[in-house]
Design a protein around this ligand. Sequence first.
Ligand code: TEU
Length: 541
Amino acid sequence: ARDADWWRGAVIYQIYPRSYQDQNGDGVGDLVGITSRLDYVADLGVDAIWLSPVFTSPMKDFGYDVSNYRDIDPSFGTLEDFDRLVQKAHSLGLKVIIDQVISHSSDKHAWFSESRQSRTNAKSDWYVWADPKPDGTPPNNWLSIFGGSAWSWDSRRMQYYQHNFLVSQPDLNFHNPEVQDAVLAEMRFWLERGVDGFRLDTVNFYFCSLGFEDNPVVRPEDFNASTAPAVNPYNFQEHIYDKSRSENLAFLTRLRALMDEYPGTTTVGEIGDSQHQLELMAQYTSGDDHLHMAYTFDYLGGEFSADHFKKSIAATESEAPDGWICLAFSNHDVVRHVSRWAVHGQEAAFTRLAVTLILAMRGSVCLYQGEELGLKEAELSFADLVDPYGIEFWPEFKGRDGCRTPMVWQAHVRNGAFSTAERTWLPVPAEHLTHAVDTQHGVEGSVLEFYRSLLAFRKTHPALAKGKITLLESTGNILAFTREDGAERLFCVFNMGDSAAEFAIPSGLEPHHADCPGVIAAPIDGELDLEPFGAYIGILS
Ligand code: TEU
């Protein structure tokens, strides 16, 4: 029987296709390569994979600029390769979530080629076009996240088009119902092919204000975007007109109706670059007529401290008690969490604590390829960079290449056995080779085996996946909560600091040993002594 709710509390493993496994030797990962590694993925004990985009693309933003939503980019393979990947995944019990980048397309998409021909053609209104100001300058002060104005001049239409990211990523006009119909039809194409869901890129960017009002300019100290670098002028605007419009809810209802035609499928929306990310998450995941899940940059950008996590958990539970958050500490857009939350000399303990924590919090979980090996951010030189975002803001912001380097499978094989090519699209860091899969597989005490045993532990404790979360009072570096569903109640305590700490167990609670991997602490006289970055998970009767 199909469990239509499989996504609640599911663990999703994100694969960045350019960097997982190259099978044809061109230095770029591909679908056949990924398929050959799915046994490894299934063996980890995750429920699903999320594939970053594999569609036809000029690769200006490495796949997040799609020029044909219905085909596979030749560098990744063919539609047949895709079908075989899905088949293999399903045979291993893995769901397949693909990335849909519909807020914008590539400027090489046929829709945009047509739209830019004239102001009167059938698709003239498919993108966000606007007249210049009388002096010829852009319609307003909106900025692109990747640098410069959000407007580019088109000399044929004698108008500007809007783009939130690269000049080559023109923004689709969702106010036009034909555009909504068109993107939903593209999604149906993949549902018919058997995918289990979509990760929706920049789901809060679909609608901008067609009044084209200037965004308010704010002082640097008043704006606190979680991930955009401080050197980026985008940080010094309050983005109230260029995205996150309320019209989006009605569109998400249409999208959900499509998903509901394919029972057992799911959606996870990415809510980025917003000061109101929690409110948006609450709205977008409310009821059963919007998204199934969403993630924000709260844990991808915020600090690693008990205070921050307490606040975020409390806010999520009060703002979006029914919403299903998708938790992630790392992905293809941010510095790998072991490096981002720099923990001098205690990486081993930190890595274990972080995954124990994320697998204990309420939500579904995205793990990012390589974190199960304990990989740190790759240190690259400017000459190595390919990410336009990093190239633009170097050296204050080093971009996203450092988290996108190839997966390392074998320590003593060229390119870590990722590829036989002379040169790979991003270098394989020598430091990563010492963490390669073959150095950890089956090795007791390795990070990889720790992830595996913890994922197995989670499977046998349904309260961790689907239970309600209740914060317990704590001070200092301690974060404590219970997880509870009908059948069981768990008691979870985390020392998020790099020195030992103690926690007095609230009276009335008597936790018992739960056999959670990595837990060495045991309550003595109502007190828990936790090592630096130590965790405790026990069963309450
Ligand atoms: O990211 C959207 C987004 O919010 C980014 O600005 C994010 O904050 C930034 O990359 C963090 O460093 C999505 C994709 O995940 C990203 O890879 C794409 O480049 C972007 O959309 C444009 O499609």
